[in-house]
Design a protein around this ligand. Structure first.
Ligand code: SAH
Ligand code: SF4
Length: 375
């Protein structure tokens, strides 16, 4: 398989173009086609000489994510199911910044992206890990999720022209996607190198142009990789999928806790927090009868205070075929109030519409099962 063009940095392309004796401004033109105009073919790149286009096509692939299924509407959360070159499916979820609650249109969005096909970590409540892990996403497959989404949901950069007269490297005024959360399918820190390479491209001014502070990486708690992330130069935000404040609870629902128990995870987070000086978010799904008793609020508050973290409470989204359910609304509210009383900054996700908001991994699972049945 040739290297995909969207897995290379500007510097790498410059080195290649130099070796080909192509002038440096050609790199800027190419990057403009890839990341500003989101070109889907070499032929489109009309201001690049034909010979250069042929050389590029011979050397690199230019893979585009194919939309297999879409769910939701422009005013609410939209889910995209992408088919990859090898036939595997992944999901991205687009969340509008101002849900059309107040009747205003929203042009800014947060995109939730996937990093693996399936997941090896097998958290008991999660759809992504149900059928195990298939493979890591490559750099361009991570990057393309943003570009493919923006081809469907354009930003306010106006008409994208593709005539040769348009000056190259005109950065879009604003992109449709300006916030990223790496919370889709897969464990991002288990695909560390591809993740960081993709985020560098998405962060670069010549690439996605998304500020590092607008990129949140969510992990189930891979302590060594959290330490590695702490010494990366980029200032990403970190979210920890905690879901239990004691080893006893965490061990029951997250096998990863046996490998990296809470003392180890907490120590890695403390290091991250000290080195980065950034606030960590602790994610806590509330699952009825599993982790929603008020007893959990004390150890949870202690952890949050130790890490200067805020807590994000998320009522569980039902996954077909799994026995878990979300607690009653009063139970969630009581849990939140108890945490606040203990002096913790916490939020509770209250929006309705669990159907479409259902956690990542479910549309893929549904589609794969339907495909299997129709065979
Ligand atoms: N593997 C990473 C990122 C992907 S999962 C991680 O675990 O953090 C993103 C988030 O969705 C995690 O916090 C995960 O626990 C949560 N999640 C998974 N299934 C869910 C469900 N059915 N309802 C609500 N949240 C869920
Ligand atoms: Fe994997 Fe995250 Fe789902 Fe756990 S919650 S199975 S780590 S995707």
């Amino acid at each position: 398989m040739p290297t995909d063009i969207k897995s290379l940095t500007r510097e790498e392309l410059e080195a290649q173009f130099k070796a080909w004796h192509e002038p440096a401004f050609r790199v800027a033109q190419l990057l403009d086609w890839l990341y500003a105009r989101r070109a889907t073919s070499w032929d489109e790149m009309s201001n690049l000489p034909k010979t250069l286009r042929a050389k590029l096509a011979e050397t690199y692939s230019l893979q585009i994510l194919e939309l297999a299924r879409k769910q939701g509407s422009p005013d609410t959360t939209q889910k995209f199911l992408w088919k990859l070159a090898d036939g595997a499916f992944i999901e991205s979820v687009l969340i509008p910044a101002n849900p059309a609650l107040y009747g205003e249109a929203s042009d800014r969005h947060t995109l939730c992206i996937s990093t693996q096909v399936g997941c090896a970590y097998g958290c008991r409540f999660c759809a992504s890990g149900l059928d195990g892990w298939k493979r890591n996403l490559s750099v361009h497959e991570i990057v393309e999720q943003i570009l493919a989404t923006e081809r469907i949901v354009p930003g306010d950069e106006g008409q994208v022209t593709s005539d040769a007269a348009t000056p190259p490297a005109t950065r879009p005024a604003s992109r449709a996607v300006d916030n990223l959360v790496v919370m889709g399918m897969g464990e991002p820190l288990a695909n560390y190198d591809n993740l960081i390479a993709a985020l560098k491209i998405l962060n670069a001014p010549w690439g996605g142009g998304i500020g590092a502070r607008r990129i949140t990486i969510s992990t189930s708690g891979l302590a060594p990789q959290i330490r590695k992330l702490a010494v990366e130069p980029m200032q990403f935000r970190l979210a920890i999928s905690l879901h239990g404040a004691t080893d006893e609870v965490r061990n029951r629902i997250m096998p990863v806790n046996k490998k990296y128990p809470l003392t180890e995870l907490t120590a890695a987070c403390e290091d991250y927090q000290k080195l980065k000086g950034r606030m960590i978010t602790l994610e806590y799904i509330l699952i009825a009868g599993i982790n929603d008793s008020l007893e959990q609020t004390r150890p949870l508050a202690a952890l949050a205070k130790k890490l200067y973290a805020k807590v994000n409470l998320i009522p569980y989204n039902k996954v077909e075929g799994l026995p878990w359910v979300r607690p009653a609304e009063e139970v969630c509210e009581r849990f939140l109030a108890a945490l606040e009383k203990l002096g913790v900054t916490a939020t509770l996700r209250r929006e309705k519409g669990g159907d479409i908001d259902a956690a990542c991994g479910q549309l893929r699972l549904k589609t794969e099962r339907e495909l299997a049945e129709s065979k």
